[in-house]
Design a protein around this ligand. Structure first.
Ligand SMILES: O=C(O)CCC(=O)C(=O)O
Length: 282
């Protein structure tokens, strides 16, 4: 993505709390086919609660389910906006497919930062990317969001839908939100349409993630990932130090050589000369 486009999207997020980018139809098609196949193979059923839905099929931990999902977190139309919003040390917080079926209720307004007990408004600690794998319409459950709500000084109540708009967008669009933006899955009032989407969610590198990648992605799969995806899955070290295991990165522990590092490599010089800097290695 061009620098000017990244800036334009970041300005939109700063102003309204969200922006929308597009991805290529071929990837969208492969994602739809894979989600549909996994729903069958894994016999996915609604979780039967308000947060996860009564007629919504959810699949968590996508990176461990099929390698086609590896293309999402690093997508060049998405990741530069996310790292511009958070920083280059951002990691994945969760990867989830959500297929909202006919008759599904309004999910309930929330933010993905709702579990964070720090005063609002504040800088984003998460970035939420909702991928429209089929067309999102107001009728079939398009994500609802409240423009400008990232500046609100509190979290929403679940029934607070008054100022919300439906993020209607064609298949192949990705809604990128500030983690503090009020949003929810919309109600699906159709009788025959499934609204297939996915949430690829990121957070700052020092925060506890929503989904635990260390225990949910097999080590063999992590070792096969490209370096940037290993970093995003948390196998590097935040700023060269945080998250180490006995002085080594998680990648080093499982033999993922791309992200194998010693902690504090950046302070190898014995004497302090000038301002200490992080050497850019994850
Ligand atoms: O499905 C959507 O459009 C949004 C889902 C969501 O916000 C969530 O599950 O936390």
């Amino acid at each position: 993505m061009e620098t000017a486009d990244i800036r334009r999207h970041l300005e939109a997020i700063d102003d309204q709390g969200y922006t929308i980018v597009s991805i290529e139809p071929d990837l969208t098609r492969r994602l739809v086919e894979t989600v549909a196949r996994l729903e069958d193979e894994l016999a996915v059923r609604p979780m039967m609660n308000r947060a996860e839905g009564y007629n919504t099929k959810r699949i968590y931990n996508l990176l461990a389910k099929d390698r086609v999902f590896w293309e999402m977190p690093v997508h060049e139309q998405v990741l530069p906006v996310v790292t511009g919003l958070l920083d280059k040390w951002a990691i994945l917080s969760g990867t989830t497919a959500m297929n909202i079926g006919p008759g599904e209720d309004l999910q309930g307004m929330h933010t993905d930062e709702g579990n964070i007990s720090l005063p609002r408004p504040r800088q984003p600690l998460m970035a939420v990317t909702i991928w429209a794998l089929t067309d999102f319409t107001a009728e079939n459950g398009a994500t609802r969001l409240v423009p400008g709500s990232h500046r609100a000084d509190r979290e929403p109540r679940p029934d607070e839908d008054g100022d919300a708009i439906a993020a209607e967008m064609p298949a192949g669009s990705v809604l990128i939100m500030h983690g503090g933006t009020w949003h929810c899955g919309g109600p699906n009032t159709t009788t025959d349409q499934w609204r297939m989407g996915a949430n690829i969610q990121y957070c700052v590198g020092w925060m506890r993630t929503q989904q635990n990648h260390y225990l949910s992605i097999p080590d063999d799969e992590v070792r096969a990932m490209p370096k940037r995806l290993q970093q995003l899955a948390g196998y590097g070290l935040h700023k060269g130090a945080m998250g180490h295991v006995d002085g080594q990165s998680p990648g080093a522990i499982i033999g993922a050589t791309e992200t194998a590092r010693r902690a504090y490599e950046y302070s190898e010089e014995r004497s302090i000369q000038g301002t200490p800097t992080v050497n850019g290695k994850a």
